[in-house]
Design a binder for this molecule. Structure first.
Ligand code: GLN
Length: 473
């Protein structure tokens, strides 16, 4: 069997003892073993996962109720703190780090019977769009090994595309779930900001960081959101969730007002991507959606706003890595000052250093008003434009990325080119709205993602729309 059954069916099978959790974990481990050449994973939790699976099978045999994800294997991006194994964030700074506590999201999945089998590669500290910024190795695209899988959750996307697991966890600060989902041909869901607790996830830019699933189907993504979402006293930015379950979806398209984001179709869109996205829009129309073009004039500024606010928050969040308390420690340092400096020099890669410098600069007195404050003003303008658009439209749509997966090495020497990859994803993050990337077709044998964006807290409705879209032929 190459692909996995639907997650709810699998869990039901384990609960009824028709499937064994041990077999599911073994199958996942076999698949992982066969896909080594893609370098998707940083660590594998073989013994721990098998032990958990055995325990679940025993509990089933005793007639105990396990939960919505009984025996279902998954992979977490390696910036989720887990009690088993290390949590590196793909950085030399955290290479030796063993977390003393576990992310709330992982706790919630485990409480429903899910089993974490491995931790996936990412751009170090999630800074990047290709997984090439990992301090360890580059993950290869499952459709073409000479290309990137997207990033920063590239290992998670590749793991799902290669059927190592039915779902994986990612984080999306500026597109890091949706972009790798688009490049690797899987579903990637970025929930409303605050819907899933960020406790126990290595912080990147705290005002835009969200956690979400990468999966093969919208139904699977919805079930994972159902389990992970909700208020958490360990994260004061969490919001209350929809009373109704996220995974009980009635697909609906007819009569929905859909706005095609004009700015995403201006220059720079690869013809093959445009073709697939145009076809997707035609399908929405023929299924009865009320589709028209909408302009959000400040949207072209979203990338500049993001690349000021994000480094500002990064520079503050990375200040905790001082080589004293945890993570990399510079043994050769003779003085306290040296110990700080050397730990950071050795532990941070080029991209982390670049962001610390940009962030410290835009926050420094004399430049704060010109950059950071202005970026926050424009951020509010973009939020207002989204709010205005959502008075008229139920959803906004467009491509997830202007191109398909690019070649490994193609953009590494030019950070600005790399930042441009995020041009269609960052706006949802700076506005906190939910967005999904769904595989919509292929261009030159590479997957193309279709992006649907909804208003704040419309997650349930957005997933229902995405499910309906996924079902269109
Ligand atoms: N590619 C974006 C960046 O480099 C987004 C990263 C992310 O979402 N973690 O900042």
């Amino acid at each position: 069997m190459d692909s996995w059954p639907a997650i709810d069916d699998m869990a039901a099978g384990v609960q009824k003892a028709e499937l064994r959790a041990v077999d599911l974990v073994k199958r996942s481990l076999e698949k992982i073993d066969k896909s080594k050449e893609y370098d998707a994973l940083i660590s594998i939790n073989k013994e721990g996962a098998l032990e958990r699976a055995e325990a679940i099978d025993k509990r089933v045999a005793k007639g105990e109720k396990i939960g919505k994800l009984a025996g279902v294997p998954f992979i977490a991006k390696d910036n989720f703190l887990t009690l088993s194994g290390k949590t590196t964030a793909a950085s030399n700074m955290l290479k030796p780090f063993e977390a003393p506590y576990q992310a709330t999201a992982i706790n919630k999945l485990e409480a429903e019977g899910a089993i974490c089998v491995a931790k996936a590669n990412l751009d170090a500290f999630a800074h990047g769009s290709s997984t090439e910024n990992s301090d360890f190795f580059v993950t290869k695209n499952p459709h073409d090994k000479t290309r990137v899988p997207g990033g920063s959750s590239g290992g998670s996307a590749a793991a799902v595309a290669l059927s190592m697991v039915p779902f994986a966890l990612g984080t999306d600060t500026g597109g890091s779930i949706r972009l790798p989902a688009a490049f690797s041909g899987v579903v990637g869901y970025k929930p409303t900001y605050g819907l899933v607790s960020r406790s126990g996830v290595v912080a990147m830019a705290s005002s835009t960081d969200v956690i979400g699933p990468l999966s093969r189907t919208v139904d699977d993504a919805a079930l994972i959101l159902e389990v992970m979402s909700g208020p958490d006293e360990l994260d004061s930015t969490t919001i209350s969730r929809d009373k109704k379950p996220y995974n009980d979806l009635l697909p609906q398209i007819r009569g929905q007002k859909v706005g095609i984001i004009k700015e995403y179709f201006d220059e720079g869109l690869e013809p093959g991507v445009r073709q697939v996205v145009d076809d997707a829009i035609k399908k929405l129309k023929s299924a009865g959606a009320d589709v028209s073009e909408v302009s959000l004039p400040s949207l072209p500024l979203a990338l500049a706003v993001y690349y000021i606010i994000c480094p500002a928050e990064v520079s503050s969040n990375l200040a905790r890595y001082d080589g004293q308390r945890y993570g990399h420690f510079a043994k050769e340092a003779r003085t306290l000052q040296d110990s700080y400096k050397l730990a950071r020099e050795q532990g941070f890669g080029l991209e982390a250093k670049r962001r610390i410098m940009i962030g410290a600069h835009v926050l420094s007195s004399g430049y704060y008003d010109a950059y950071y404050k202005k970026a926050q003003t424009v951020r509010t303008k973009i939020i207002k434009e989204f709010e205005a658009a959502f008075l008229k439209y139920d959803f906004l749509v467009g491509p997830t990325s202007p191109t398909t997966a690019f070649k490994i090495g193609e953009k590494t020497s030019d950070p600005l080119k790399m930042y441009l990859v995020d041009i269609m994803t960052v706006a949802a993050n700076i506005s906190g709205v939910p967005a999904i990337s769904i595989p919509a077709g292929m261009s030159d044998n590479l997957p193309v993602g279709f992006q649907i964006i909804g208003p704040q807290n419309s997650d349930r409705k957005l997933l229902a729309m995405a499910k309906a879209f996924e079902g269109l032929k």
